[in-house]
Design a protein around this ligand. Sequence first.
Ligand SMILES: [Zn+2]
Length: 292
Amino acid sequence: MPLVNLKPVLAEAKAQGYAVAAFNPVDYASMKAMIAAAEELNAPVIIQTSAKTINYYGHAALVGWMRELAENSPIPAVLHLDHGKDLEMIRKCVDMGWTSVMIDWSDKPFDTNLATTRQIVEAAASANVGVEAEIGQILGVEDDMVVSEEESHLTDPGEAEIFCRELDLAAFAAAIGTAHGYYKGEPNVAFGLIEEINRRTNTPMALHGGTGLSDEVIQKCIKLGCAKINISTNLKHVFIDSFVDYHREKPTDYEPLRVLGAQFAALKDLFKSKIAQFGGSNRGSEVLSKVA
Ligand SMILES: [Zn+2]
């Protein structure tokens, strides 16, 4: 079916008390593995491209691959832009067929972030595209984005309330103690803050830095209102390791499609395990009835 808007997908997930897995593909095969995993579990899925990936392949290739995959599949899939900082890139995503975009102006003053996000929300709404936006600064490294410990700060719940009241968002990204990349030691997740932000905003929350969180932490976050969980670092590791491992085990096999097959299988297993862990299994058909 055609790609779907993020907004009804997350509204449904929040209402039913589960989270939709959001993965950052790095090529056509990883996108295909995401759709295959979601199909096997009858689950909704969010495929989110980083700015770095768009700069590498171009908008047209990515949206072309995703359209082909989604249209030949019965499950609801969202094509989302992760951490959009460049307004021109965001607008091009909206124009070219992404069904969701994140504007991340969280490093700007609150009023600038609010005003600019409002412009994007208006442009996106007329194209039936959902918007995720952020206040606070999430710690860690993601692609070209680096937020140090000194720069990172947790989201102010009062600001979150104003931001979400002023804007009709599909998802709200808050800095609640998780981080991009792998954790060194136990992350200090601010559950009280998640609870307060959700109560005051009533907007589905996007949890960034999902790689490496324990199942206990994940389940608690979902219970408190996180409806989208981002997995990027995990995928990068499985992508590389599965390729290298295959070659180590079969050093004389130079058939590329068999190597790619092993990589595809490993990625699909990762995606299935995350979708199931976040409670997305068997939700695909019920989501479809909400977005149709
Ligand atoms: Zn993020």
